[in-house]
Design a protein around this ligand. Structure first.
Ligand code: 5GP
Ligand code: MN
Length: 341
């Protein structure tokens, strides 16, 4: 068993309820969140393969929430070429299966597909506010949605294929920041071990995700690194990239996911913020916490969400306008500390 017994006891009836929904459905659409990361894509592709293996007669489609290409670094994932953009899918599924998300608002174009589906199932690890599903497991202490997909696959299929394992290892490696974030718990390592035993290759995941940066991206990283600013006695660090930076380095917005990790490297910084301008006159923010401080509170105040140590948001405006709103909120996390320290 990869999770502990008490977790399994709670999870099993929900897995059974998901299975009933799958068995009653003929057409199934699986989808992960907008701006998909390694966990979203890896978990979705593994889940699709698992459903098709266990129920070969079902008609399963793997959807992309946005009208964009699969990010370059994730195109190596087995099955990535079968992902269909939600705008190009016109079916009315019996079951809509959300993976790595449980908030319809994060489905982008796929929200319309969910709305015309008969039932909804969920496997997710984001803290959920409102239940929008008929059956599901939402467990925020799971390091990645891939952990839940692995446990569900072992429960219903009894095995993991090498391609499922590769997708799920990518999910786990990316959502734990290569097993370096606070969410990298014993369960994450047990699942990773099972995935490698089933044929996943850590070096292959690392090669594609962490050792295939385009030179132009590295040059953009240098700009971002050069701009890192700290305040609150070095406890908060931020940097940013404007549309002009992205254009002059020819780096697509979707390839900037790793830049917040550069900001978090600063010694002594407890909160890292990275902002980038995205199309439509908006700014996307990535927040990370290196201490126990919960930055998802700030992400929610900014209209986004996420986990206590990794969260994000999107706001209207440019970098200066976004900074003017978010920096005071980050500072406010430290208000009251001075008196006590
Ligand atoms: P990232 O900064 O890598 O985009 O996201 C960090 C975490 O926060 C991920 O788990 C992601 O799914 C979640 N997250 C990012 N942006 C949003 C948002 O706008 N709304 C919600 N609910 N979650 C978000
Ligand atoms: Mn995830």
């Amino acid at each position: 068993m990869l999770c502990d017994e008490t977790v399994m006891a709670v999870q099993t009836p929900s897995f059974d309820a998901i299975t009933s929904l799958v068995e009653d459905a003929q057409t199934i659409a699986v989808c992960a969140h907008t701006s998909p990361d390694g966990d979203a894509l890896g978990s979705e592709l593994a889940l699709v393969e698992m459903i098709e293996r266990r129920w070969p007669k079902k008609d399963v489609v793997a959807l992309l929430a946005d009208d964009d290409e699969v990010p370059r670094i994730y195109q190596f994932l087995p099955g990535a070429d079968r992902l269909v953009r939600a705008v190009d899918y016109h079916g009315t599924p019996d079951l809509f299966f959300c993976v790595d998300l449980s908030q319809p608002g994060r489905l982008s174009d796929a929200q319309a597909v969910l709305e015309r589906s008969a039932h909804v199932a969920v496997l997710d690890h984001h803290p959920a506010t409102e239940r929008c599903w008929d059956a599901g497991v939402v467990r925020p202490d799971a390091a990645a949605a891939g952990v839940l997909v692995a446990e569900y696959a072992l429960y219903v299929l009894g095995e993991l294929t090498p391609t499922m394992a590769q997708n799920l290892l990518c999910a786990l490696v990316t959502d734990t920041g290569r097993f370096q974030y606070q969410n990298a718990n014993g369960e994450a390592f047990r699942v990773a071990s099972a995935l490698v035993d089933a044929g996943a290759s850590p070096s292959d995941v690392a090669l594609h995700v962490y050792q295939s940066d385009r030179l132009s991206y590295l040059h953009l990283s240098a700009t971002v690194m050069g701009r890192i600013t700290t305040f609150e006695q070095g406890r908060i660090a931020y940097s940013y990239a404007t549309t002009a930076d992205l254009e002059s380095n020819a780096v697509p917005v979707a390839e900037c996911d790793g830049l917040v990790d550069i900001v978090r490297r600063v010694d002594g910084c407890e909160i890292a913020l990275f902002l980038k301008e995205v199309p439509g006159g908006k700014v996307r923010g990535n927040l990370r916490a290196k201490s126990a401080r919960d930055i998802s509170v700030v992400a929610r105040e900014m209209g986004g969400g996420g986990h206590p140590a990794a969260a994000g948001f999107t706001v209207e405006g440019d970098i200066d306008q976004a900074l003017a709103v978010v920096l005071p909120k980050l500072r406010a996390l430290y208000a009251g500390d001075e008196a006590g320290s």
